[in-house]
Design a protein around this ligand. Structure first.
Ligand code: HEC
Ligand code: HEC
Length: 292
């Protein structure tokens, strides 16, 4: 009797752990995989393989919920944030979900099991030199630019990137300032990092724009090629300076023109009055009639 109930409760425990890990996989995929891999090398953030042995559960919970704030208190957190120099955005996941993720990571770390099948296209793109955005053709770069600025529609109907982002590029007008300037994003994230972020944007504002309108693999490649071009050629592309000049000189000239028109009208007004105008016109008409 006793044995039976132990077996039952044990199997319930294992089933729930399994469910937990399953759920963890989903949550990880949705929230973390853009920046983290498990055993496939670092992307935007560190490889999380074996993180459950490196950090305590308590530590991971605090870090994932608010890395910045935690980093001010905890030396290890501070060290890793300094190392990456890219603050991990606060994740909208609850404690249970983080625990499920930790379980999933534990299950997927080779020391525990061999089920590492989280096949992200990330690796393929960097591994294949032909598919490296740094080697893209001029036409892919141009298409990337057109996708970015919206002169070419995104296949699945997503809003164009320029709505929220700016890239300094000779062929582009200034873009939105709602989100980060992406001129140097390629240097920051590399092809693999970009691929991760663009396949599953981890930022709420961006995620909501692309959740139902995902970018295609080809588009991600072309956008990355454009970002690489922008970063590499950045020195020769004084677009922002041009914009400033436009503002200062263009705006300044426009202001002076408008001001002088107002001034002229005002001076005219002061010198004459409407009645005098009418009076003069009538006199003139009268005199001209007299002449002819
Ligand atoms: C936008 C990219 C991004 C997303 C999304 C992201 N992280 Fe991170 N993560 C980072 C970066 C970058 C670091 C390195 C530390 C830092 O700069 O904050 C990091 C560090 C960590 C660390 C500490 C690693 C160590 O070696 O100590 C853990 C744990 C972690 N992330 C877990 C998660 C989990 C779990 C999720 C999903 C719920 C997630 N991260 C989502 C970018 C991200
Ligand atoms: C609705 C606004 C919005 C749109 C549209 C948008 N993004 Fe973003 N994007 C964001 C926000 C917000 C962030 C988070 C970083 C920040 O606060 O600037 C971000 C971050 C990024 C990052 C990471 C930047 C970094 O340095 O970590 C990349 C890369 C990026 N976006 C690329 C794109 C591309 C490519 C497109 C077009 C396909 C696009 N975004 C469209 C709002 C947007």
């Amino acid at each position: 009797m006793k044995l039976k109930s132990i077996v039952i409760s044990l199997s319930i425990v294992t089933i729930s752990i399994n469910l937990n890990a399953q759920n963890g996989k989903e949550v990880f995929k949705q929230n973390c995989s853009a920046c983290h891999s498990i055993g496939k090398g670092k992307l935007v953030g560190p490889d999380l393989e074996g993180i459950h042995t490196k950090r305590s559960e308590e530590w991971i919970l605090s870090f994932v919920k608010n890395a910045q704030a935690f980093g001010e208190k905890d030396a290890d957190a501070k060290a890793i944030i300094t190392e990456y120099g890219y603050p991990m955005p606060n994740q909208n996941v609850n404690d249970a979900e983080i625990k499920a993720i930790i379980n999933y990571i534990a299950e997927s770390s080779p020391t525990t099991t061999n089920s590492v099948e989280e096949a992200e296209p990330v690796e393929e793109i960097t591994a294949d030199p032909i598919l490296d955005p740094a080697n893209a053709s001029a036409s892919d770069i141009t298409t990337g630019l057109h996708l970015f600025e919206g002169s070419k529609r995104l296949e699945n109907g997503g809003v164009s990137c320029i709505t929220c982002h700016n890239v300094q590029h000779r062929d582009l007008i200034g873009g939105g300032l709602l989100a980060k300037d992406l001129t140097k994003v390629y240097e920051r994230l590399g092809g693999a990092g970009l691929n991760g972020i663009l396949s599953a944007p981890p930022f709420p504002a961006m995620a909501s724009s692309y959740q139902n309108h995902p970018l295609t693999e080809k588009e991600i490649y072309q956008l990355s090629a454009f970002f690489n071009d922008a970063a590499v050629n950045n020195v020769y592309q004084p677009q922002r300076v041009y914009n400033d000049h436009l503002l200062i000189y263009g705006g300044g000239v426009a202001f002076l023109v408008i001001a002088s028109i107002i001034l002229l009208v005002y001076i005219e007004r002061k010198r004459k009055c409407v009645k005098e105008n009418i009076y003069k016109r009538q006199i003139k008409a009268a005199t001209s009639k007299n002449i002819y």
